[in-house]
Design a protein around this ligand. Sequence first.
Ligand code: UDP
Length: 353
Amino acid sequence: MLKLLFLSTPVGSLGSGQGGGVELTIQNVAQELQKRGHLLEVVAPQNSVLKGIKVKTIEGNHQIAVQTQTRDVPICLPTNSVLANMWEYARQVQNNYDLIVNFAFDWLPFYLTPFFARPIAHFISMGSMTEASDRIMNKVAQKYPNTIGVYTKSQAASFPFADLCHILGSGLDLSLYQFCPQPQNYLAWLGRIAPEKALEDAVAASKITGIPLKIFGKIQEGDYWQQIQQDFPEAPIEYMGFFQTEKLQKYLGQSRALLMTPRWLEAFGNVAIEALACGVPVIAYRRGGPTEIIRDNQTGFLVEPDSIPGLVEAIEKIDQIERKNCRQQAEGEYSLKALGERFEAWFYKILSI
Ligand code: UDP
């Protein structure tokens, strides 16, 4: 039995959607490890909620999401930084735990690693973003073998320390996602509404095909969303809101396909496996995490990156995909049990148990 202290992302509270896919990953990993008998506490910004997990909330100002910035951006902390406050708390209680697990992408936890008495495992949830973060992550990767975990190989390949990354993938509580054999006539798009996700490409494809697009997720950049509505006044799109899993999976399950159109190198794409779990094929650009998830022509289509005609062509042949193959893939590869086993093995390796 391990005593684990998880430190969440400082860009927003857990459950807000501001942190993106890593929020779901924290919920899932924590839930499964607790089920396996480990003792666990999660440290997270104020107003955070997790189902069935003890959360220590910490006040302070959120960190600005790094993906909105340029590669040469200096390291910045707001006044009364929640990130600094969370790590101050971790320093104080570290001796009650065997291992600290960092889920923040930020520079500070990597920098602090040698100053802690307890070992720190770092789960990196995005590809390479800035020079400063690459540099500090590389230092930690070299000095503390096995302590860097990532979602996928494509994500690891974006870093100078690719070979030192432990690949952990992702997983879901599949019992929360229902298989829907017969879809209605609409497409789905899920995620943070922010430029790196290129929602406009999915909207353009919906307009060309005439198939309605339902959009789910946190509006992270309001101006960006306004612009899309202005640019596509006649597209058959509908913004549904930011939903919790139960409601989200119901609407997602009834869609004919999920469109994933990220402009950046998507580290994983939790939305892809959520769709598969509901029996929904995924159409995604052939780049980053989705290339390691989707089985081209079997559980979806991988199309040329940034190609709207590519999306349209894939949408037109979507009925060729057997929806039960999608659910089967999720069951075979993305169970919570398998995810828990991988994280557990990673922790034991770090602790040389
Ligand atoms: N999501 C949600 N409600 C919504 C739309 C999206 O909870 O209405 C969640 C979804 O379950 C997923 C996350 O938002 O976990 C998006 O994560 P993903 O890994 O796809 O991308 P990221 O935001 O990490 O870049």
